[in-house]
Design a binder for this molecule. Structure first.
Ligand SMILES: NC(=O)c1ccc[n+]([C@@H]2O[C@H](COP(=O)([O-])OP(=O)(O)OC[C@H]3O[C@@H](n4cnc5c(N)ncnc54)[C@H](O)[C@@H]3O)[C@@H](O)[C@H]2O)c1
Length: 463
């Protein structure tokens, strides 16, 4: 591809700030900043909104449910299954769900004749397969939280049944819908980097996030839920597979639980941070500090309405739930550092690193092509052309765009819901990028990584 055609492709991709340099070597990324303007969410006025039943009214069930409150002409939640009564009650009120369509567990939904267009599956990891298979058998379309299932066989069974029943299953690989990654994908696919050679992708979990979700929280036990490579990094396996555009053939992985274990517990530490731990003041992971003093990561608690009681409520939660337990004395087993090397079709290589021990969040991606490279941090990325040394900085600030407000994962959460509704309304799964078949393929990379980590072997992946 010539320089001229590389430039015209960048213009087509939206680089309106492009001006041809007089002295190329002096043109830096800061001279050329192009805002990535997120695509507007679909605002087609359908005759009636898509109707859906939410299974699991926890954090994710509310993320997707809130879309219905902001876009009532697109989505209406007409049923809920949730065993925690306060969550069930609040969800039913928020969406004015009739009493007869409120259930305590997902199985009860499928005892009734079909009463909605679609099912939103936001139950815990080990409760995706059952409701997904039941929903497909009854002819529902589905929004399915990742992981598809903790088992490879079950993933393949869901794929098979979705093909047989011709239902649309969107997997919540939400990063594919984030404007930042969408633009990165467009640039790689345009060919301006020349032949794609390699990707280096880094996922800094951030140390408190790690302690919250994978030491104390829902995903602390890999056998009861899913290994961290699936629970957290299936997004990253999926993004690498998507950016590269060919199948992963081989993978080798390493990593383990190195820090959050009993042998690292400081002297004088107690089972709970609320038990008078003598190391509490010097421990960055202290539950009293994180949840009570800093009031961070408290979204997991079902707070009472009266805000004046919230301080005492948190203390009570720390005395009774896992969130108050010492990070060194949990029954956790998730790896806290994890690396994987991959080879894709066509000899393209990728390196992935997931790290708990960082002070920051935000995935960092480096993409290397024969004619140029990309360096990105999820807020912006810089593309450098090797011939001219010209740099193009793509900047995304989704908060500036009102219809992406309240949508997590860099705007990906609601962009996914919007595309999912459109795909169902048009009976066209190609509107989605995270279809079930594409998602199963990137899950296979995670299953293979776990096999490699356990066996010490390089694992070949059969798609
Ligand atoms: N796409 C993403 O980026 C992303 C992010 C976080 C979590 N997740 C996934 O989303 C799913 C839900 O996670 P979450 O953070 O919302 O967890 P959560 O614990 O907040 O919500 C899960 C809800 O399911 C309910 N539930 C349990 N058993 C049930 C049953 N038998 N029937 C109906 N409901 C039942 C729980 O009571 C809970 O309210 C998990 O699989 C998780 O891995 C995905």
């Amino acid at each position: 591809m010539t320089l001229k055609s590389r430039r015209s492709i960048l213009k087509e991709l939206g680089f309106t700030a492009l001006s041809l340099p007089l002295i190329p070597s002096l043109i830096t990324a800061n001279d050329r900043v192009q805002k990535i303007i997120p695509q507007k969410l679909d605002d087609t006025k359908y005759d009636s909104p898509l109707t859906a039943i939410t299974l699991g009214a926890g954090a994710r069930g509310n993320t997707y449910g809130n879309f219905a409150n902001s876009y009532p002409k697109q989505l209406k939640i007409v049923g809920v299954a949730e065993p925690i009564s306060i969550r069930n009650e609040r969800y039913a009120q928020k969406h004015t769900i009739e009493e007869k369509h409120r259930f305590t567990t997902w199985e009860h939904v499928f005892e009734k004749p079909k009463f909605a267009d679609a099912i939103i599956i936001t139950t815990p990891d080990d409760l995706h397969y059952g409701p997904c298979m039941a929903a497909l058998k009854m002819g529902y379309d589905i929004l399915l939280e990742k992981p598809i299932s903790p088992s490879e066989e079950q993933c393949r069974e869901i794929l098979e049944l979705s093909i047989k029943t011709k239902r649309i299953v969107a997997v919540c690989h939400v990063l594919r819908y984030a404007p930042y990654f969408k633009k990165m994908k467009e640039i790689v696919a345009s060919g301006v980097l020349g032949q794609l050679m390699s990707i280096n992708h880094f996922e800094p979990i951030q140390h408190i996030h790690m302690a919250h979700s994978f030491v104390r929280g829902n995903w602390h036990n890999s056998k009861e839920t899913t290994p961290i490579i699936l629970a957290k990094s299936c997004h990253d396996m999926d993004i690498m597979r998507w950016l590269i555009g060919t199948s992963c053939e081989k993978i080798a992985a390493f990593g383990d639980l190195g820090w959050f274990k009993a042998s690292n517990a400081p002297e004088g530490s107690t089972d709970r941070c609320t038990d008078g731990c003598s190391a509490e003041e010097t421990c960055p992971y202290s539950a009293l500090k994180v949840y009570h003093r800093d009031r961070s990561w408290t979204y997991v608690f079902d707070f009472p309405e009266d805000e004046s009681t919230h301080g005492d409520f948190i203390l009570d939660q720390l005395k009774t739930t896992d969130y108050g337990r010492c990070v060194y004395k949990m029954d956790n087993d998730q790896a806290d550092h994890y690396v994987a090397s991959m080879q894709f079709k066509g000899g393209i290589t990728a390196n992935f690193s997931m790290e708990a021990f960082t002070s920051y969040h935000g995935r960092k991606t480096r993409i290397m092509g024969a004619m140029g490279d990309i360096v990105g941090d999820m807020n912006q990325f810089v593309h450098t052309d090797f011939l001219t040394k010209e740099q193009y900085k793509w900047d995304v600030t989704v908060d500036e765009v009102s219809n992406y407000k309240n949508s997590g994962h860099g705007g990906g959460d609601w962009a996914l819901v919007s595309d999912w509704i459109k795909a169902i309304k048009n009976r066209d799964p190609s509107i989605l990028s995270s279809t079930i078949d594409a998602s199963v393929e990137s899950h296979l990379m995670a299953f293979a990584a776990e096999k490699s980590r356990a066996s010490g072997n390089i694992i070949e992946i059969k798609v």
